[in-house]
Design a protein around this ligand. Sequence first.
Ligand code: DAH
Length: 366
Amino acid sequence: MTVSERDPVQQVEAAREAFEREFERFARFIGDDVSAVGLSLKEAEAEQHALAELRARHTGKKSALAACKKLIGRVAPEQRAEFGQLVQQQAASISESIEQVDQKLNSLIESARTERDSIDVSIPGRRPRPGHLHPITLMRQRIDDIFVSMGYIVEDDREIETDFYNFDALNIPEGHPARDTQDKFYTTEGFALRSQTSTVQIHAMQRRGAPVRMIAPGRVFRRDTPDPTHNPMFFQVEGLCVDRGITMAHLKGTLAEFVHRLFGPETQTRFRPSYFPFTEPSAEVDYSCFNCGGKGCRICKHSGWIELGGSGMVHPNVLRAAKVDPEEFTGFAFGLGIDRTCARIYQLDDIRLLFENDVRFLEQFR
Ligand code: DAH
């Protein structure tokens, strides 16, 4: 027996039963059933999709209900009104059930979307940790400022050098014992990491000729084993002043002014005779301790004096190497340790602290 041959009323019954069987899974979306509340946005959207398919299956053109509607015209005239009503009621009841679920799903979807898009303003924010300059950079900037205010330019030059700039041009010929005291890191093809910023004296004079007044802060490298007072990489600042009639008095006056500005006007300087191949005469420079004023304390190791660096009058051979005429020009030069000075000022008993980049240490210089 085919569907169309069955009793029309039975067909309507069968259509309703088929709908109700499938609709059962949506029953939880009617009324106040709380199990529907925890649905995720994705789940609710999937349910709505399934509901749309159910609607098409049970109310669409090819549905059993549509077939029942077609039967209305075929039933006996005296039963037609009653049968027509039955089909209409059935259609209305199916539509209403679906509509109820659809509305519920719409509101679930909407609140899930609102939830997804909203921000909880009460959650504590993620604070970016502000950075700050490294103590060596701070120190270098203070040194730069002082010399710039005295009319010096700041040169920033290469860290990889040939032996010509690191040694020969600085009056340290091959075989000279001074080469051994600055054991370098060699790379390939005659290049090496510079062991002193004095290299920049030559570059600056070659570039600018004379007169010239410059400082050159930067990294230098030596094959040292790290210990509390040594590191294979450290910072120096080189100074060079070349002009007509420059004397040792200018050197002394310049460095005295420098320590006055860095440590205070009461600071004394002391020059001790020394030897550097690139200066003649040469001197080591000390300044009176910024902490005890020269009486002696832990910082100056009870001597009252702290070493600043090396200095001297530029050797004529150095001027010649940079094509500056030593008959016309004279000059002075000096080299100071930036990190050494930094370690003294902040009383660091281990210079390696400055290179390990432990934020717990660095944060103290904010
Ligand atoms: N280049 C020297 C060093 O690394 C420091 C130095 C001494 C630089 C005397 C100078 C100077 O310019 O005149 O030990």
